[in-house]
Design a protein around this ligand. Structure first.
Ligand code: PLP
Length: 290
């Protein structure tokens, strides 16, 4: 957005799904609002009906960040069909990957052509290369206009396995829930009834008073047992780059702040076996101090 001159405005997450809180969007809308960028976090689609309702009423576009959400569904509709533009990542750690790369999908021809234009240095779309650039664009092609043949070949092979990988991730998430959710002071991202959640990552949230240990103590303890973890994302309101850029970071974002302060995610690869998950969960259970 810095590149385009846009100014991002943040909306807090909601405590159940950790996605954008749709009840809090409306208070952030102004006559300058052009687009909303819901992130379907860890593969749980956002509450799109409500977002569409607002987009229609206030006349803005929806750009879904589905980098973590390949193959998820909202009310039976596949991610990729839920927004004006959907952006997928094929980075190495995503549900399916081409090593590096990504894809956007849209059913809006104007937006499609705009994307083609901007990703290729704003060379004219028609009439051949006259080396005249009417706008300032980007080089987002990997090789001539598109992702390379080698990346595409990897991607196609991944697509053949996409359903299998999705099933493995969902199964692993169910094992984590079964083994963790009765431990006092541990909670996880809740899955709403109207979605198919693809569980890119298995995040947990610590309540230090109830668990008797802090998030950082648990991370250290898991590390000593040979188990690596990652912090949950920093809130946008905490990002030094965005504060420097002049975003309004002063509002209150209590849910997001709590996630970054007390959250972590556990090993989540598709290929993790049940015994490993059970072992990780036992360590977490036994570490609780009552
Ligand atoms: C991974 C990720 C990105 C970035 O994807 P790249 O392919 O690395 O550009 C963006 N948003 C979310 C939510 C992600 O998880």
């Amino acid at each position: 957005m810095h590149y385009t001159g846009a100014m991002p405005v943040f909306v807090d997450a909601e405590a159940e799904t950790w996605n954008i809180d749709v009840e809090k969007i409306v208070e952030k809308i102004t006559n300058k609002t052009k687009v909303i960028l819901p992130v379907s976090i860890f593969g749980h689609p956002c509450e799109f009906d409500k977002i569409h309702e607002l987009a229609k009423k206030y006349n803005f576009k929806i750009l879904e960040d589905a980098a973590e959400s390949h193959g998820s569904e909202y009310k039976g509709l596949k991610t990729g069909s839920l927004a004006d533009i959907t952006a997928f990542s094929f980075f190495a750690n995503k549900n399916i990957t081409t090593g590096e790369g990504g894809m956007i999908v849209t059913d809006d021809e104007d937006l499609y052509n705009k994307c083609r234009y901007y990703k290729n240095l704003c060379f004219p779309l028609e009439g051949g290369r006259n080396y005249k650039h009417n706008d300032i664009g980007y080089n987002y092609r990997i090789s001539n206009y598109r992702i390379s043949n080698i990346h595409s070949a990897i991607g196609l092979a991944q697509v053949e396995k996409a359903d299998e990988y999705r099933a493995m991730r969902i199964k692993n998430a169910d094992i984590y829930k079964r083994e963790l959710l009765d431990i006092e002071g541990i909670s996880m991202q809740n899955t709403k009834d109207n979605v198919l959640h693809v569980h890119w990552m298995n995040g947990i949230l610590i309540n230090p008073e109830k668990y008797g240990r802090t998030r950082d103590e648990l991370i250290q303890h898991l590390k000593e047992n040979g188990i690596d973890t990652r912090l949950l994302f920093w809130g946008m309101n905490k990002q030094p780059s965005l504060i420097k850029y002049g975003c309004n970071c002063a509002d209150e974002y209590p849910v997001s702040d709590n996630l970054y302060k007390n959250g972590l995610y556990l090993p989540s690869s598709s290929g993790l076996d049940e015994q490993s998950i059970i072992k990780i969960c036992k360590i977490i259970r036994n570490y609780r101090k009552s």
